[in-house]
Structures are given as C-alpha cells and as structure tokens.
Design a protein around this ligand. Structure first.
Ligand code: GL1
Length: 207
C-alpha cells in the first residue's frame, strides 16, 4: 500500500526522521529504503542500530508511540484521496471488470484507517494489515494470508511492490512480482513499472 498505491511512505519517512533527529541519529532517503514495507517495531530497531543507540523495550515502545502520533497528525492534516497515485483507480476498476480478485498486503497497522481516508476500500476483496501478521517481509506471511483470503493459489498471484524486502517476500511465497520503481533497485521483480498508468490487465496476464 504505502509507496505503491498511495504516496504515504513520505509521511512515514517524515515521522521517522523527526524521531531519529530527537535521538541525534541522522537518517536519509537512502537509509529509508531499509524501512520500506517493514513493521513499526522493526523500523525502531533498524534506526537505533544505525545510530548505535541502545534502548529498553519500554523505551522503544514509547518511541514507536511518538512516531505514530506524528504520523497520524500528518494523516489528519495532509493525506487526502489526492495521495492515491496516478493510474491506480483506473487499473483497479479494470481488474474489477475482468473479475480479477485483489488484496492489500501491508505491514502497516494504520492500513485500515488510511484505506478509508483514501476512499479505496471497495476496490479490494481482502485487506491484510500489520495487526494480522507476525512475520516481517521478506517473510511471505502477509501475501500468503491475502492469497488465502481471496482463495487464489500463490502461483496465480501477482504482487506489486516498491520495497526490496517486499519483492523478496513475494518471491519467497512463490508469487509473481511487478516492481513499482527502479529495476536497478528491485532486481528480483519480474519487471518494473514507474507508474500504474503503464499497467493493463493484458500486461498482468502475460505473467
Ligand atoms: C509501519 C511502519 C512504516 C511503514 C509501514 C509499512 O507502519 O511504521 O514506516 O514501513 O509499516 O508500509 P505503521 O506504523 O502504520 O504500522
């Protein structure tokens, strides 16, 4: 979801950077690639490790809560249906017309809130969010659960991913994967698109 269907990953990055700054840890967009598609608690661990800072579990929980409060502030004030990427709605409508099932697989615990705020719930047959999974990407749990919920075999699923760990999760689950972003970065994807405006049902069926 974040960074694939909607431009919400920038708000996660903004909130993580704000938190890292309070800890005297510097993170940039290149480091943020490691955070994409990764759960809140794993993000905290990666940032602390990056800064060589140690915290107790209770302190980590408090930091995670702080980041989430900032993220929710951005959701309330800055995120609107205009954050849905170009071509996404047209492609989802085309899939619906063809009777192709769709699911969201997100590590975010805020996914249900965002999906409603963005007005895209009706386009999906199933939603798997961070509250329903225990294993982070590159573990395929999030996608296997989605496939199970829509009753489709993994080998017949196509995952759209912008994160390296997400592409690996799709492949680890025996699924096809279309990278959303640079093919230099998402090297394990079957192919990459830069935008959903390039996507057609025919192109999907080639896989
Ligand atoms: C978590 C992380 C975010 C992002 C998403 C996955 O979301 O905190 O930085 O990696 O997972 O897209 P959340 O905090 O909303 O559960």
């Amino acid at each position: 979801m974040d960074g694939v269907l909607v431009s919400t990953e920038i708000y996660h990055f903004k909130a993580w950077k704000r938190l890292a700054d309070t800890l005297g840890i510097s993170i940039d967009e290149a480091f943020n690639e490691n955070l994409k598609g990764v759960s809140r608690s794993v993000c905290i661990d990666l940032i602390l490790k990056h800064g060589g800072v140690e915290k107790t579990q209770a302190e980590k929980d408090a930091l995670a809560a702080k980041k989430n409060a900032w993220f929710l502030e951005y959701v309330q004030t800055e995120i609107t249906p205009a954050n849905v990427y170009p071509g996404v709605i047209d492609f989802l409508q085309a899939l619906k017309r063809q009777g192709i099932k769709t699911a969201i697989g997100s590590a975010s615990k805020n996914a249900p809130l965002l999906i409603d705020k963005l007005g895209i719930r009706d386009y999906f047959d199933a939603i798997v969010d961070g509250n329903m999974i225990t294993k982070a990407k590159p573990n395929p749990e999030v996608f296997l659960k989605g496939a199970e919920m829509i009753g489709v075999k993994p080998s017949q699923c196509v995952v759209f991913e912008d994160a390296i760990s997400g592409v690996e999760a799709a492949k680890n689950g025996g699924m096809h994967c279309i990278g959303v972003g640079s093919e230099k970065k998402l090297t394990k994807a079957d192919f990459c698109i830069q935008s959903f405006t390039e996507m057609t049902v025919e192109r999907l069926q080639m896989l």
